[in-house]
Design a protein around this ligand. Structure first.
Ligand code: SAM
Length: 308
């Protein structure tokens, strides 16, 4: 049927409305149903490209030491990861859980590694990220693929750095990712993650209850498996056990949660970028103080080296 035929456009419009309705119902279920258990790709398919950044499509919480908006904070977190990994010209980098590829587009210019290979399990993000790489003319440098952190389609000892920017908490389990990272790294290669963990236990029952609730809210909405629920000391032990040396796991939570929360409070207009149903919990969350909302959440920058 010709495109100009109104009858041919009606189903498209109807399809769009049905799509919007399905997304709204999906959000309602995801946000308010305590028993929903979406897997990670279902969560990110639902979120789509509805990020609250103004410019890019980052999906991380940002590093706020010197940033004054979410785009700058997300860039700063990406730069912190790349700097910690010592990323530079000549390197082959593996970026695991790359979202829409924002950090790869940044690193291609800021740190200029020879190549970045990306693995992401969410096909809808892979398609959009690849489109953006094409638009930027960076196909030779950025090879963004669909694939899993726990079964990497890469040869042993083939990369200089493995990075996971706010994604390893999803991996099933994270330990399998550590083993795969060790396998694909060359001797002397570096692993760096920016990662979400539970906070070490507070003293007092009320404090621990607050922590459990805060962790559960995030873990149950964002498909974090129970196997990944351990604190930073255990994280370091697991990196040691996987064969890494120079293991460092440092909390940067003070530069993440509270300043992000304050920025969201100061900029209510940013929530307008979210789906209308998603704005409801975001507004509720803004009314809670940061110490309570994030009581159960640590945020770490972890680094380790594969021995020579
Ligand atoms: C919070 S987003 C972070 C995206 C991006 N790094 C950023 O900072 O904007 C987490 C990402 O991890 C990806 N992911 C989750 N589990 C994965 C797995 N097992 N293997 C590869 N990617 C995975 C998701 O698809 C998503 O892109």
């Amino acid at each position: 049927m010709a495109e100009s035929d109104p009858a041919s456009r009606r189903p498209e419009g109807g399809g769009r409305r049905r799509g919007a309705l399905a997304r709204g119902l999906g959000y309602l279920d995801w946000v308010f149903n305590p028993f929903q258990r979406r897997d990670v790709t279902e969560v990110y398919d639902l979120l789509g490209t509805g990020a609250i950044t103004a410019e890019g499509l980052y999906l991380n919480l940002g590093y706020w030491e010197a940033a004054d908006d979410l785009d700058a904070a997300s860039d700063a977190l990406a730069r912190l990861v790349a700097d910690t990994a010592g990323m530079g010209p000549g390197d082959t980098v593996l970026d695991v859980g790359y979202g829409f590829g924002d950090q790869d587009l940044l690193w291609a210019r800021s740190h200029a590694p020879a190549q970045i290979i990306g693995l992401n399990i969410t096909a809808s993000q892979v398609a959009e990220a690849r489109r953006r790489v094409g638009e930027a003319g960076l196909e030779a440098q950025l090879d963004l693929r669909e694939g899993s952190a726990t079964e990497m389609p890469l040869a042993d000892a083939s990369v200089d750095a493995v990075v996971a920017l706010e994604s390893a908490f999803h991996f099933r389990p994270r330990e399998a990712f550590f083993r795969e990272a060790w396998r694909v790294l060359r001797p002397g290669g570096r692993l760096v993650t920016a990662d979400i963990l539970p906070q070490p236990a507070a003293t007092g029952r009320a404090g621990r209850l607050k922590q459990r609730l805060s962790w559960w809210l995030v873990a149950s909405r964002f498909a974090i498996p129970d196997a990944n629920r351990y604190t930073r000391d255990a994280y370091a032990d697991l990196l040691d056990a996987a064969g890494f040396t120079a293991v460092a796991v440092r909390s940067i939570r003070e530069q993440v949660y509270a300043p992000l929360h304050q920025w969201l409070r100061d900029h209510p207009e940013t929530l307008q970028r979210l789906h209308p149903v998603a704005r409801v919990p975001a507004r509720l969350a803004r009314g809670i103080d940061a110490a309570t909302l994030y009581a159960g959440l640590d945020y770490v920058l972890a680094s380790a080296v594969k021995p020579q």
